[in-house]
Design a protein around this ligand. Structure first.
Ligand code: ZN
Length: 364
């Protein structure tokens, strides 16, 4: 590669045509280069261009080889442990008996748990789906906060409402990533991160629902405030219930799914309210209820699969590493969050459009 750099500069300096033309133009002496042959110019341009792109491609390839070496080094650091079958797991980490093999053994070291995210086991996809989801939400959230204020009717309130969506969803993904990474540490640490994971789910439901309430009942402040307060109370109640130790036991799986489902379904009342006042068609299109429904379908499907442990229930041991219910649940949650984000950004655009003003008999 260094040889190419040398060649690049040799060509640039010795072949006077291009170099002289370039510096000549810089110095305002382009007239004296009018006698440079166009054929020489073309030849030198092609040579320089091909050398430039070859150098760029080789630099990228070299970086990839270096990354691969770092990856291999990280992976070989953890060869002192091997994945174990479900029966060998201690009771505090036993959760899904349809996943027969590929479990991490208990590793009472945060460093070892973190390094394990680069290896293949039952939690790998759970970890990466929400880590990638967190990074995407973080980037989109930062980007959203820098949208010029001229695009908003009420910049402070609107940015605050939308930031709740980013914060709620981002915290859910971050806590989930941490839980799945450190669940194998020890009973105490796993219990702490398990509760943090439930916090995250409650934050996400509240964070998704509040911006929708804010925009959908924008012209009707009293019901808007009422629903906002009720949603917050439901969120706090869910967090309080989920902190009980029995809640995180494997046998409480239907209870967990049911509680978060009831909490999410609490949003049906304001949705029906908006649909009745604005009419079904306007609520579905302008009010973005269509996207809210798509998000609800993603979440509901994910929760049902998670609670019933489908598909591994029907093929025990076949979905240990890829596509077991928890992974599908994670993917559907990320998809639902992205869909909802799209719906909220559409609502925000409508609010700042000429038709977005408030009428006397409208809530939207
Ligand atoms: Zn999870």
């Amino acid at each position: 590669m260094y040889v190419q750099f040398v060649l690049f500069f040799y060509l640039f300096n010795v072949k006077h045509s291009l170099a002289d033309l370039f510096f000549g133009i810089l110095n305002g002496k382009s007239k004296q280069f009018s006698n440079v042959s166009p054929v020489i110019l073309l030849r030198d341009s092609v040579l320089l261009g091909s050398l430039f792109w070859k150098t760029i491609i080789e630099t990228i390839l070299l970086t990839q080889v270096k990354s691969l070496k770092v990856w291999c080094r990280i992976s070989t650091l953890q060869t002192h442990w091997k994945v174990i079958p479900f029966e060998m797991l201690p009771s505090w980490v036993k959760d899904n008996n349809f996943l027969h093999n590929g479990h991490r053994p208990p590793m009472p070291s945060f460093q070892a748990c973190f390094r394990s995210i680069f290896l293949i086991h039952t939690e790998t996809v759970n970890i990466w789906t929400h880590l990638i989801g967190f990074i995407v939400i973080l980037v989109l959230g930062i980007n959203y906060m820098f949208i010029p204020e001229i695009n908003f009717v009420n910049p402070f309130q609107e940015k605050l409402a939308i930031s709740l969506l980013f914060v709620g969803t981002g915290l859910c993904f971050l806590f989930s990533f941490m839980f799945h990474t450190f669940i194998c540490h020890s009973e105490r640490v796993s219990r702490i991160f398990n509760k943090l994971d439930y916090y995250g789910i409650a934050f996400m439901i509240v964070g998704c629902f509040l911006p929708w309430l804010y925009y959908s009942l924008y012209c009707s402040p009293v019901p808007q405030l009422l629903y906002l307060v009720v949603s917050c109370i439901l969120g706090i109640t869910t967090i309080a219930v989920s902190q009980q130790d029995y809640f995180s036991k494997p046998r409480s799986r239907p209870l967990r799914a049911g509680l978060f489902l009831c909490f999410a379904l609490g949003s049906v009342v304001p949705v029906v309210h908006v649909a009745l006042v604005e009419g079904f068609f306007k609520a579905m299109t302008v009010g973005q209820l269509g996207w809210l429904c798509v998000m609800a379908i993603c979440f509901l499907t994910g929760v049902v699969l998670y609670a019933c442990r489908i598909p591994e229930r029907f093929f025990p041991g076949r979905f240990d590493i890829w596509f077991h219910s928890h992974q599908i649940f994670h993917m559907l949650v990320v998809a639902g969050a992205v869909v909802h984000l799209h719906g909220i950004s559409q609502l925000q655009e409508f609010r700042s459009s000429p038709e977005g003003g408030c009428n006397a008999d409208a809530v939207l």
